[in-house]
Ligand binder design. Structure first.
Ligand code: GLU
Length: 423
């Protein structure tokens, strides 16, 4: 099957909501395009002495509500339209959870697992240099995303600070805690996914206790989601990643699996390996994972994973999008007509950017909260938005994705109505 263009999928979601809420045409027109897409070519000295050039991007989608905000991903298949779609989703995510941020996304077309630590550092620093005039604490604040981590954020912060001539921790979020990062940031996206599941199940008169869960992806989001759901009493029975998958009907020991799947050196920049080959489980393919007889399915890997081809086979009642854009528009319609409840990416995985916001504030004021304060603030905001999304879905008689979009678009539209259009 041909790969869907994530930008087209993102626009279908936007247009569906814009239609229902009768969004003014001029605002709809503006929000249909990014404000800026910068393409850079990054020369890197490799360990063998050769120079290799990598393709990189930063898309600044919209800043009506505040500085652009969004992650940087390293991915071998990255392209321009993917970055634009991800930046559009960031725009609606930040607006939905009521942060004073716009939306952006960046990335480099590279497989970071094939680079040495030195090459990864060279690439990151030169990419930062290439986009340096675009970023800054009041302008555009990057963060981790697929296959980037705290170490990469530390290099970005250092490169920016050295070139500017003063220390500027607020230029990037998701840094190590001892360099101005926020306590709880690393776990925040997974924690947010788990809170979403707990709260929505509560709304639907249900509870997490004893629920069977399947997770696609065991990066930052998948691993912490698995951990928190297990702590809430769920049983994570299946997990797949790019290298393979594991299944244990009695529930996987997530702590043990994390130890197995992650290098100790992870924090120093080494990117993870896979869950495949983990001894205390059977192996499972991704196709099998989607068909598992579970209660909750969490796609926490890449875009376009739930498609017209496989949506009909999904047995889980709840599909909770840890990844950005994992469900195509057509697949979404199939899930809805099968009575599934989809908790959309811009809500489900917003815990990360919420704590990024808290990190940015802490860096700006130079005062750091303890982990309990950070977690309480995350939880309070999420619960408020979850209830807003649910009541909006009742008000408009729409699914949760559409109600999330309506809330997000309304906030941005309100800004435009008062700000007007320059000139
Ligand atoms: N990359 C994450 C996301 O997609 C976090 C972005 C951020 O914290 O700025 O939401």
């Amino acid at each position: 099957m041909e790969q869907k263009n994530p930008r087209v999928e993102a626009m279908k979601q936007f247009n569906k909501a814009a239609e229902i809420m009768h969004l003014e045409n001029w605002i709809r027109e503006i929000l249909s395009y990014p404000e800026r897409v910068v393409e850079v070519y990054i020369p890197v000295r490799m360990d063998n002495g050769e120079i290799k050039v990598f393709e990189g991007y930063r898309c600044q989608y919209n800043n009506a509500l505040g500085p652009y905000k969004g992650g940087i991903r390293y991915s071998p298949d990255l392209d321009r339209d993917e970055v634009i779609a991800l930046a559009q989703w960031m725009t609606f995510k930040c607006a939905l959870v009521d942060l004073p941020f716009g939306g952006a996304k960046g990335g480099v077309k590279v497989d970071p697992t094939k680079l040495s630590l030195r090459e990864l550092e060279n690439l990151t620093r030169r990419y930062t240099y290439e986009i340096i005039s675009l970023i800054g604490p009041s302008l555009d604040i990057p963060a981790p995303d697929v296959l980037t981590n705290e170490q990469i954020m530390a290099w970005i912060m250092d490169t920016y600070s050295v070139i500017k001539g003063y220390n500027e921790p607020a230029v990037v979020t998701g840094k190590p805690v001892f360099l101005g990062g926020s306590k709880g940031r690393k776990e925040a996206t997974g924690r947010g996914v788990a809170i979403n599941i707990r709260e929505f199940l509560k709304i639907f008169g249900d509870s997490v206790e004893g629920k069977k869960v399947a997770i696609q992806g065991f990066g930052n989001v998948g691993s912490y989601t698995a951990l928190f759901l297990t702590q809430m009493g769920a049983k994570v029975v299946g997990i797949t990643d790019s290298g393979g998958g594991v299944y244990n009907e009695n529930g996987l020991d997530i702590q043990d699996l994390i130890k197995y799947a992650y290098y100790e050196k992870n924090i120093e920049g080494k990117i993870r390996r896979t869950v495949a080959g983990y001894p205390n489980a059977d192996s499972i393919t991704n196709e099998e994972l989607f068909k598992l007889d579970v209660d909750i399915l969490v796609p926490a890997a890449m875009e376009n994973q739930i498609t017209e081809e496989n949506a009909g086979y999904i047995k889980a009642r709840y599909i909770v999008e840890g990844a950005n854009g994992p469900t195509t528009f057509e697949a979404d319609e199939i899930l809805l007509s099968n009575g599934k409840i989809v908790i959309p990416d811009i809500l489900a995985n917003s815990g990360g950017v919420i704590v990024s916001y808290l990190e940015w504030i802490q860096d700006k004021i130079g005062y750091y909260w303890d982990e309990a304060e950070v977690n309480a603030s995350l939880e309070k905001r999420l619960i408020r938005v979850i209830n807003e999304v649910y009541s909006t879905s009742k008000k408009y008689l729409v699914d949760l994705r559409t109600s999330s979009y309506i809330l997000a678009i309304e906030r941005i539209a309100n800004a435009y109505r008062r700000r007007g259009l320059f000139p």
